[in-house]
Design a protein around this ligand. Structure first.
Ligand SMILES: [Zn+2]
Length: 108
């Protein structure tokens, strides 16, 4: 395959992922299963074309069970300089640093 074609394919794949996430956002309060399915598809496309899942999308769903985060289905806590998101579907916890790590005296 031509290099140019491959580039175009990846571009199309990226657009498809964007569309899937848009659809997912619209659908997650109506059909939770379908919304999950969109995420699954988007992930499959990303893997196939070796695309990195954009950060803005990564935070929209649980990476273990793939269900989108929505009201009543996840819990957010802030501890020290981290956000802890707990998925209430599968219990998976993810920790996201709020700021880039700085050297601080954190001895107790
Ligand atoms: Zn989960």
């Amino acid at each position: 395959m031509l290099k140019r074609e491959k580039k175009l394919e990846r571009k199309i794949a990226k657009e498809r992922i964007e569309i899937l996430f848009e659809m997912m956002e619209k659908m997650k309060y109506e059909d939770y299963e379908l919304a999950r399915r969109y995420i699954e598809l988007a992930r499959r496309i990303a893997m196939k074309y070796r695309l990195k899942m954009p950060k803005k999308y990564k935070l929209l769903f649980c990476k273990k069970c793939l269900y989108p985060y929505k009201e009543g289905r996840f819990r957010v806590r802030i501890r020290k300089s981290r956000v802890i998101i707990t998925c209430l579907n599968c219990g998976y916890e993810r920790r996201i640093p709020i700021r880039p790590r700085r050297k601080k005296n954190e001895h107790h």
